[in-house]
Design a protein. Structure first.
Length: 322
């Protein structure tokens, strides 16, 4: 009887002890791997480094960038979907990966099932570009020239199956024209080729061509978006042209499905605090991007809308990843 009383007393005393800290409460306790599925030096990589540095300061642990390029970003994204869902592997990327299932039926991942969208960081309008000797001065002139010579007006992008190509194809569909795609291997090739006049048009972000635009070697015709980015106010939008096109790059943070909700919330909260920093906002503006956080629910819905929209473009144009 006495032993039973002692056992009961012991159990009761244990129940009054503070609970052991959960994984989420102690997170993070070591380095965080930040996977960027594109090479170093591009707009995605630079933006990811801006955020990772601030995130490391906020969380008190290093956030180490790991560039995993290949297959239009598929390799890096796939690596994250297969990582342990504990908050120590995160993905910072632009939106190309959400179109992969439409372009690649045998894609190694499902962006809706295998990843949790945490925070939308920033957006960058895609721009319709030309070179000074093209004789083109507006989207309307591009449309007129393409209608006069169907399939002969060329446009360049950083690669086949990229958001850039889908944006140009969307523009062509809305305008009722046919353009000829000339894919390059990366943004540098596009910029140099367009400046040399190798193609009539190009589609990319301001970051990729800013120096050449400033030097007058590449000319911006329009933003391929409905709304005007405040820091790009000098160039018309698709709304100004009367076309229903809204294409841009979206830099966002994701984690593997199965990551504890408390960790997802912590990452979202800390990232949102970071994005209020005015110095960081200016850095993104200089990069050709605008900080545009939205709620997790709104972000998830926006991803689904964009994926559906680009799926329609793929189905109507026959765009392929390779």
């Amino acid at each position: 009887m006495r032993s039973a009383v002692c056992l009961l007393a012991g159990v009761l005393s244990l129940s009054t002890l503070p609970a052991a800290p959960t994984q989420a409460q102690t997170y993070p306790s070591r380095n965080i791997r930040v996977v960027v599925p594109f090479p170093a030096g591009g707009v995605t990589d630079i933006g990811a480094r801006f955020v990772s540095q601030k995130l490391a300061e906020a969380l008190g642990q290093p956030a180490v960038i790991e560039n995993r390029p290949g297959a239009s970003g598929t390799l890096g994204v796939d690596a994250v979907t297969k990582a342990t869902p504990d908050g120590y592997t995160i993905l910072i990327t632009t939106g190309d990966f959400i179109t992969v299932p439409s372009l690649m039926p045998a894609a190694p991942y499902d962006p809706y099932k295998d990843l949790i969208p945490v925070t939308r960081i920033a957006t960058a309008p895609l721009l319709l570009l030309t070179h000074p000797k093209s004789g083109l001065n507006s989207p309307q002139e591009v449309i007129a020239k393409a209608k006069a010579a169907p399939g002969e007006v060329t446009f360049s992008t950083p690669g086949a199956g990229t958001i850039n190509q889908l944006a140009a194809e969307w523009f062509a569909l809305e305008a009722g024209i046919k353009l000829l795609h000339v894919p390059y291997r990366g943004g540098a090739g596009l910029a140099n080729g367009l400046a040399a006049g190798d193609t009539a048009l190009g589609v990319t972000t301001l970051t990729s061509v800013k120096g050449l635009v400033d030097d007058g070697k590449i000319k911006v015709l329009a933003q391929l978006t409905r709304e005007r980015a405040a820091f790009l106010a000098q160039w018309p939008t698709m709304t100004d042209v009367g076309l229903n096109v809204d294409a841009g790059l979206t830099l966002s943070l994701y984690v593997p499905t199965g990551t504890p909700q408390a960790i997802v919330t912590r990452l979202d909260d800390e990232t949102r605090k970071i994005l209020k920093d005015e110095a960081l906002r200016k850095k993104f503006n200089d990069l050709g991007m605008e900080i545009t956080p939205i709620s997790q629910a709104a972000f998830a819905e926006r991803i689904r809308q964009e994926a559906a929209r680009y799926k329609t473009v793929v189905e109507q144009t026959g765009v392929k990843l390779n």
